[in-house]
Design a protein. Structure first.
Length: 584
């Protein structure tokens, strides 16, 4: 499948999927909206208290009125605090629920996208995008969005005190909104650059940690550090630039809001002197203005969090649109080892030229096929197609009559034993890796697979045996030992067929014997095996050979017949070259 950007239709589908998942929390959003309404209504407690204190209590000099107002205000502030705390807890659960609902979907989409070459940028940041979205939902800026509609209500409330105060508040609010819009427009690109630079630096750091042995052995530490520090410095500069820009707008917003509150007091004092306003209304108007502008100031100050959440939403829509959810498939019975390829064409991710073109073959139970040919002939492409990693662009590969895509991917994986050229072990014990990271591994099956791969004795010699902890690079294991653990993992669970891509690349003589013994046992049990190989030792137990060159099958059949055909073709080519040389 070709690497390409998701189409607009796919992005719309991904966005619709996100919206559907978000709708699951619709009831909780309504609770937050209702609680926000009460919280904002209770925000009027302060202005009303000041209004009554200055205009009634001080005028009447009534101690009882002051006590009654103070008790009432205390109770109202208590209720506001409880409701504000409650809506914060609800938003936290909305974010957690969204992440829980999307975790598996995003993980599977990212894994599929990486394997098939779709939306690789989004696949690399899928989990990070989901986390950014969750943080945006649970941050105070999300609740500021619920408070924003009340800004207009508070502004109109200021008009009740005096039109001049209302005009001042509206003008100041519009100026703050302009600051927020300018902040959005000017900080969008710097924030994007900072995120991209940080991502590149983190990727480089991960690569350096993974290849630490090679870097140390080849004296690359200084050069590698220089490359990493260059990326790190770019990330820091981009982050500082974005931070300075956002911080500048935040400072402007905060300073301007404080100025507006002071201006409100100044205008109010003038109106009091003119006898058009009471002192209580002057103080209440200033407090109300501060509350009205608070959500706008929050949006300006917390814009990077909101921007990252929005970017995460867009990236997730692209990822989920490019990789639709896996459809439920009818569970088929365990298949026989009968593989049929019918006019199969395979395009590797990111390429427009097919690596395999119109190939057809049939492999019966109990047969082992050695796939040979020059480098770049398409052997590894065939291995990936047979293992279900790369879907054919044309034609079909059938297992016991059913196309590979008719099986659930996880179930299909349990039928296949795949050993890639480069074996990657996951963080965990040797037992975990052989058991394919199962949460409830079958110890007997683990040991059986290890014995078939001639890895049992090797594992027992390790200090912790099967419980030895590994890192992704294999830790203390040599390349040959990693290859054997990978072979044991491929044979775990009695797969229907094996696909071994250059299995002898890192194996010693004992390991090569183990591979041949495994092939022989698989044949005896009625399974089939594919061995992509350059070395003759890897195909000793193969009763059939497939010669691939230029993406097409040049010869396929019993081993002796194919060898004879290849030798005859080479002899014919050599004679042609000799005759051509004589003529010249």
């Amino acid at each position: 499948m070709m690497l390409k950007e998701p189409t607009r239709a796919e992005i719309r589908e991904g966005r619709a999927e996100l919206v559907d998942i978000r709708k699951r929390s619709r009831g909780l959003y309504w609770f937050v909206a209702i609680f926000s309404s009460f919280v904002n209504a209770l925000m009027l407690t302060g202005p009303l208290y000041m209004l009554n204190v200055y205009d009634r209590v001080l005028g009447s000099r009534s101690f009882e009125t002051l006590v009654a107002l103070s008790v009432l205000v205390g109770f109202m502030y208590l209720m506001m605090g409880i409701l504000d705390y409650a809506r914060g807890r609800i938003m936290g659960r909305i974010g957690a629920q969204l992440q829980t609902d999307l975790d598996e979907r995003v993980f599977n989409a990212a894994m599929t996208a990486r394997a098939k070459g779709r939306a690789t940028a989004e696949a690399a940041t899928g989990q990070r995008d989901l986390q950014s979205l969750q943080r945006a939902i649970t941050s105070p800026v999300a609740m500021a969005l619920f408070d924003l509609p009340w800004t207009l209500i508070f502004m109109l409330g200021i008009f009740v005190f005096h039109p001049y105060l209302g005009y001042l508040a509206i003008t100041g609010g519009l100026l703050l909104i302009m600051v927020a819009i300018i902040n959005q427009l000017t900080s969008k690109r710097p924030l994007q650059d900072a995120n991209e630079a940080t991502h590149r630096a983190e990727n480089m750091g991960e690569q350096l940690r993974t290849g630490a042995d090679t870097i140390q052995a080849l004296g690359m530490r200084k050069a590698a550090f220089q490359r990493w520090i260059d990326l790190r410095n770019k990330s820091l500069r981009a982050g500082i630039k974005a931070g300075d820009l956002g911080g500048g707008f935040g400072s402007v917003s905060k300073s301007f809001r404080l100025f507006l509150q002071s201006a409100m007091l100044g205008v109010g004092a003038y109106l009091v002197l003119e006898g058009e306003l009471t002192p209580g209304a002057m103080i209440a108007g200033s407090i109300l203005l501060g509350r009205a502008l608070a959500p706008i100031e929050m949006l300006v100050g917390q814009w990077p969090v909101l921007h990252r959440g929005h970017t995460g939403w867009i990236n997730l829509a692209r990822l989920l649109g490019a990789v639709p959810p896996t459809k439920a498939r009818t569970e088929l019975p365990r298949p026989k080892a009968l593989l049929v390829a019918d006019q199969v064409t395979v395009l590797p991710p990111g390429e427009t030229k097919a690596s395999l073109r119109m190939i057809s073959f049939t492999v019966n139970p109990g047969e082992a096929v050695g796939v040979i040919g020059p480098s770049g002939a398409g052997k590894s492409t065939l291995a990936r197609a047979l293992s279900g990693l790369w879907a054919p662009a044309g034609g079909t590969i059938r297992l016991d009559g059913a196309a590979l895509d008719q099986y659930d991917p996880d179930i299909l994986g349990s039928y296949i034993g795949y050993l890639p050229q480069t074996v990657t072990l996951l963080a965990g014990t040797i037992r975990d890796n052989i058991a394919r990271m199962s949460s409830d591994p079958d110890d007997a099956a683990v040991i059986k697979a290890a014995k078939r791969a001639a890895a049992h004795e090797m594992i027992l010699k390790l200090p912790d045996g099967y419980d030895t902890i590994l890192d992704p690079s294999g830790g203390r294991l040599s390349g040959g030992q990693v290859q054997r653990v990978g072979l044991a993992r491929a044979m775990y669970g009695d797969p229907v067929y094996l696909v071994l891509d250059e299995p002898n690349s890192n194996l010693d003589n004992e390991g090569s014997i183990a591979v041949n013994n495994a092939i022989r046992m698989m044949r005896q049990e009625g399974r089939c095996v594919f061995v992509m190989a350059h070395r003759p030792a890897a195909i000793e137990q193969c009763d059939k050979l497939m010669y691939v060159d230029g993406g097409v099958i040049k010869a396929f059949g019993p081993t002796d017949e194919v060898k004879a055909q290849i030798l005859a073709n080479r002899a014919q080519i050599d004679r042609g070259k000799g005759q051509g040389g004589g003529v010249t």
